[in-house]
Design a protein around this ligand. Structure first.
Ligand code: BDR
Ligand code: CA
Length: 304
């Protein structure tokens, strides 16, 4: 069981990840960020979903817009206009204490013990290390759902090359991924391999998951052509519980921050002799490129 800060733009698969984390990790706090929904809606969703699953963790409000480019989109088609499938009444307030201060103060008070789980745009993490770079060596690990490296044909889900969380704030992602932080990346290469069906979800002991996932399942079937929903964010928690279910490679990572491949994640495929080496001075990160999907799915279902 790790001590985690759960950083989220809470939509449907984020909620699944939170339910899994609540069972298997110590959640020090939930920091919210814009992405699937506005940051205010993310605060409300974090409070509502925590209440539904009986989780008592403080909720904080983070970035309302990217560190870099503003991408004017939302995820209503996938996650519903409220981010939780438009299935629940949400009476909660959207004001909350500052997420960036919470990240910095918590890491400083527990040096070497805090894992950041980041499953939305990386704006909060980038801002925290920008403001307080001294926390970088104090963070145990940053576990990110984001990016796409093309294994099994999973290139992008928002553009042909780019994954949503990275594309939403490519500058923040490039800062975090090329920093000295120890990062583990769960890209679409693995997250798109683990699907659960409506029947799997109904059999869980968490009725709210059935309620919020109806629209997402319908979207996957009608728009993406497969039955079931990709567990995406949930795989960050799978990594914490069962790293042995993943095959990893070590590589520095950069993010394209302009042009038609905006938001694409690049890893080093060969050693470069060129004088322009985009990976110079970038730490080697851990990239999960293969997964035992059956084992990940089974462990998740069993735990819930
Ligand atoms: C990511 O995009 C979001 O819509 C999901 O919550 C997940 O974090 C998948 O690309
Ligand atoms: Ca997410």
């Amino acid at each position: 069981m790790r001590k985690i800060i759960f950083d989220t733009d809470i939509g449907v698969d984020d909620a699944f990840a939170l339910a899994y984390a609540a069972k298997t990790q110590t959640i020090l706090g939930i920091t919210t960020v814009f992405g699937n929904v506005s940051v205010g809606q993310a605060v409300k969703n974090a409070r509502l979903f925590s209440q539904q699953i009986g989780l008592k963790a403080p909720v904080f409000r983070g970035c309302s817009r990217p560190v870099g480019l503003a991408q004017v989109t939302n995820s209503a088609l996938v996650h519903g206009s409220d981010g939780l499938g438009d299935a629940l009444h949400n009476p909660f307030d959207e004001q909350a204490d500052n997420a960036i201060s919470f990240i910095i103060d918590t890491v400083k008070s527990l040096p070497g013990e805090v894992t950041l789980v980041a499953i939305g745009p990386l704006s909060n993490i980038a801002t925290a290390i920008n403001l307080a770079p001294e926390i970088i060596p104090l963070i145990k690990e940053v576990v990110i759902m984001g990016g796409a490296f093309g294994t099994h044909g999973h290139a992008g889900n928002v553009t042909p090359q780019s994954e949503f969380n990275i594309w939403k704030d490519p500058h923040a992602a490039d800062l975090v991924l090329s920093s000295a932080l120890p990062v583990v990346v769960l890209p679409l290469d693995v997250t798109h391999e683990v699907l659960i069906t409506g029947e799997d979800i109904r059999q869980l002991n968490v009725p709210v998951l059935t309620q919020i996932s109806k629209g997402y399942l319908q979207y996957s079937l009608e728009r993406e052509g497969f039955e079931g929903m990709a567990l995406h964010d949930t795989l960050t928690i799978s990594w914490l519980n069962h790293p042995e279910f993943f095959t990893t490679v070590k590589s520095p990572v950069r993010v394209v921050t302009e042009g038609i491949t905006l938001g694409q994640t690049l890893r080093r495929l060969t050693q470069l002799a060129s004088r322009f080496n985009p990976f110079a001075n970038c730490a080697e990160q851990t990239l999960c490129l293969e997964v035992d999907a059956q084992k990940v799915k089974q462990a998740f279902l069993t735990s819930l």
